[in-house]
Design a protein around this ligand. Structure first.
Ligand SMILES: NC(=O)c1ccc[n+]([C@@H]2O[C@H](COP(=O)([O-])OP(=O)(O)OC[C@H]3O[C@@H](n4cnc5c(N)ncnc54)[C@H](OP(=O)(O)O)[C@@H]3O)[C@@H](O)[C@H]2O)c1
Length: 502
């Protein structure tokens, strides 16, 4: 276990949703696990004019709600001693100068500081500018790191503009661009699965892999966040960030080491090799949809256009699917299909890799079904992390018939618990490990991939395909597939393989 330098973690947006739902519970779990440095301090910074006592009482409520079965009392008491609050009311020009005083003069505050931007993206530049102008980012007293939440821009140009505003006061090693997907255990398991098992390497290429599917589906709608979602949409919200990161991990070459720079160098190479989608080819490579009313878990739910705050003629996509090609030696000709949607049939995130069929189908007369079944490797990320490999075996009996079995290589043992992604990521920031954070060139190349689609969809606002809430998305996405025998894989169970639904 590496030693962590003592530091002050300043959470801008301490009273907001992310802080309450993710950051505070994650920090408390790190406390329970004994992973926080003894003299580490958490300084909540929000617009409310609160004193420390009020913040401690808020945090207590958050934790009681999060852990209704009770908490480790000693850890809870220790955690409370770390908590401080700094009010940053709008229009109060002294607030930042006071923050500097608090950070530099409070007894027991370490000189190292993490500033966590748990605020809306439009606030990032102004806060960084104030901190930088006051010399709070210059690392003269100790190290200083800044965590930037997603989304990093809303297209390539805005990402570069945001970057420019950060670089005025920060250098790249100080910046931790978070994509919490990369903190999930199964996502990290992609690296272990690929690079700790030599038997996969010879088949991990276009000679043996037919195509790759990466899916993130949610049953939830936009949950009252129309202001954000209307200007984002599924492509920006999920594909530009999380799903392209998964694609990079599946497709990258083995890095020289697992150090942050080597890992990120290889991911960038993949993103650079994605064949550009020109505006003329958007329709052949991308499909969008918007949910209409339907039923989720037996309950009726409204369509997107009836959600509060959504404009009546909105063409914002709640479903997006892409076909991408990676033009390099390993992946030439292998389609990567990515899809995401809200109000879909199930909550599910998975990477499904379909292998080619054997060159000669020696058992063609023995199949139960008309066509032979290819092998699949499937990594389930949500709701349960899992690893499954589908193979053909003989059905016991006198006849030579085959069936599909699933080798379940789920790697978690009974008592082993998954940690929330934010726990590991917060720890990494305090340790100074960038491996699971995005470098600016990764962000830029991801925007380059989706920008032409964003532009075309922004122009074509007269029509968008609908799909019923509770379904697997709009009819018609099958037109993205290169071959008749390719279809969306909805279930990781063998019986689900035949679901040739749209
Ligand atoms: N919520 C999530 O689950 C989630 C997941 C992934 C990423 N994110 C990202 O995390 C960030 C925060 O999201 P959120 O959902 O927590 O938003 P939120 O609920 O709006 O919280 C932001 C908080 O920051 C406060 N704030 C605004 N300006 C401030 C300033 N100068 N100093 C201190 N506090 C300030 C806001 O106060 P007012 O409301 O009074 O303005 C609000 O309490 C966003 O970038 C979002 O994209 C969120």
């Amino acid at each position: 276990m590496k030693n962590i330098d003592p530091c002050v973690l300043v959470i801008f947006g301490a009273n907001g949703n992310l802080s309450r739902i993710k950051l505070i519970p994650a920090l408390f779990r790190l406390e329970v696990a004994g992973r926080l440095s003894d003299s580490m301090t958490i300084l909540g910074c929000g617009l409310e004019s609160w004193k420390d006592e009020r913040w401690i009482s808020e945090v207590t409520d958050i934790l009681k709600a999060k852990f209704p079965d009770g908490m480790d009392e000693q850890a809870f008491e220790r955690f409370c001693t770390r908590l401080h609050y700094h009010p940053n009311p709008p229009g109060n020009s002294d607030a930042y100068a006071k923050l500097k005083q608090v950070l530099e003069e409070t007894p027991g505050f370490a000189p190292n500081v993490v500033f966590y931007m748990a605020v809306r993206p439009s606030e990032f530049p102004a806060i960084i500018d104030r901190l930088g102008t006051l010399g709070l980012l210059n690392q003269q007293r100790g190290w200083c790191r800044v965590v930037i939440e997603k989304p990093f821009g809303y297209d390539l140009l805005s990402a570069q503009t945001l970057q420019g505003s950060l670089y005025r006061h920060l250098n790249e090693p100080q910046i931790y661009r978070i994509d919490h997907y990369l903190g999930k255990g199964t996502v990290q398991n992609v690296i272990v699965f690929r690079f700790a098992n030599i038997l996969l390497e010879p088949i991990w290429n276009n000679h043996y892999i037919d195509h790759v599917q990466i899916t993130h589906s949610e049953t939830l709608g936009i949950e009252g966040r129309a202001d954000y979602y209307e200007s984002a949409g599924a492509l920006r919200d999920m594909i530009q960030s999380h799903l392209l990161q998964l694609l990079a991990l599946v497709a990258m070459e083995p890095p020289v080491t697992l150090s942050a720079e080597h890992l990120r160098d290889e991911k960038v190479k993949v993103l650079k090799a994605i064949r550009p989608i020109t505006q003329n080819s958007v329709h052949a490579h991308a499909f969008r949809g918007q949910y209409t009313s339907g039923t989720i878990n037996g309950k009726p739910v409204p369509g997107y256009l009836d959600e509060p705050g959504v404009t009546p003629d909105s063409a914002t996509e709640t479903y997006a699917a892409l076909k991408l090609f990676i033009d390099n030696w390993r992946w030439a000709g292998v389609p990567f299909y990515l899809r995401t949607g809200k109000r879909m049939a199930e909550n599910s995130s998975a990477i499904c890799i379909r292998f080619k069929k054997p060159p000669q189908d020696l058992l063609r007369h023995t199949h139960h079904h008309e066509a032979s079944h290819p092998n699949w490797i499937m990594l389930g990320i949500q709701p349960n992390d899992s690893l499954k490999i589908e193979m053909q075996v003989k059905v016991p009996g006198l006849d030579l018939t085959t069936r599909t079995i699933s080798l379940d290589a789920t790697y978690r043992k009974g008592t082993e618990q998954e940690h929330d992604a934010y726990e590991g990521l917060l720890l990494d920031v305090m340790l100074g490990d960038h491996s699971l954070f995005l470098r600016i060139d990764e962000v830029e190349w991801a925007w380059r991939t989706v920008d032409p689609i964003i532009k075309v969809w922004a122009m074509e606002r007269d029509f968008i395909n609908g799909y019923q809430a509770g379904s697997w998305g709009p009819r018609g996405t099958y037109r993205l597939f290169d071959n008749d025998d390719q279809f969306w894989r909805h279930s990781l169970n063998p019986e689900g393989a035949d679901l040739q639904a749209y």
